[in-house]
Design a protein around this ligand. Structure first.
Ligand code: GAR
Length: 198
């Protein structure tokens, strides 16, 4: 079984979707640790309820950004993961983390459109009629790594950021669970800038 470490900053609905599947041996992946930059992240409660160990690595507790990145890398390494999943983790990780582990991220837009911390708001502000979500391999850039899977979500006339994000999150949960499971069972490879499962 593939050992997953999930990094979270928020409510953890994507983490919850992974936890809902991870007891099933056929799924092929199990969440063995959750790491957060926010002691108040709702996702921490979900992990604790599921009996998954957690680590909190707050930037303010470290001397500088490089020291925090080393702290994150060590917190992840304790769990010996095969795959790291960024599920609503809202900080940029340096190569100290990114080059050490195999990492995938879920983003609430159709990359390469609308990268960054406000993918839903930016898509709405631009006026696109279709947006969605992307699961991609993390590289040193911000939301630039090779794409594994995407799902489209229509933008409705009366959407605001919150209604659109909620609709994206429904698609996102299934896409993430499905993609992580396939990567766990079949393996993940990056060649010539393209990501491939199997
Ligand atoms: C998700 O929509 C995820 O794609 C987004 O935060 C949300 C977290 O929700 N991530 C980013 O915007 C990263 N730039 P959750 O805490 O309920 O899983």
């Amino acid at each position: 079984t593939t050992r997953l470490v999930v990094l979270v900053s928020g409510g953890g609905s994507n983490l919850a979707a992974l936890l809902a599947r991870h007891d099933d041996p056929a799924y092929g992946a199990r969440v063995v640790g959750v790491v957060t930059d926010r002691p108040d992240a709702g996702a921490l409660d979900l992990a604790q309820e599921a009996g998954v160990p957690t680590a909190v690595v707050v930037p303010g507790d470290f001397e500088d950004r490089p020291a925090w990145n080393r702290g994150v890398a060590e917190a992840i390494a304790v769990f010996s993961p095969d795959l790291v999943v960024l599920a609503g983790f809202m900080r940029i990780l340096s190569p100290v983390v990114v080059d050490r582990f195999s990492i995938v991220n879920t983003h609430p837009a159709l990359l390469p459109s609308f990268p960054g911390a406000h993918g839903v708001r930016d898509a709405l502000a631009y006026g696109v009629k279709v947006t969605g979500c992307t699961v991609h391999v993390v590289d040193a850039g911000v939301d630039t790594g090779p794409i594994l899977a995407q799902a489209a979500v229509p933008v409705l006339d009366d959407d605001d950021e919150s209604t659109l994000h909620e609709r994206i999150k429904v698609a996102e949960r299934s896409l993430l669970v499905e993609t992580v499971g396939r990567a766990a069972r079949e393996g993940l490879a990056v060649e010539e800038g393209r990501a491939r499962i199997g």
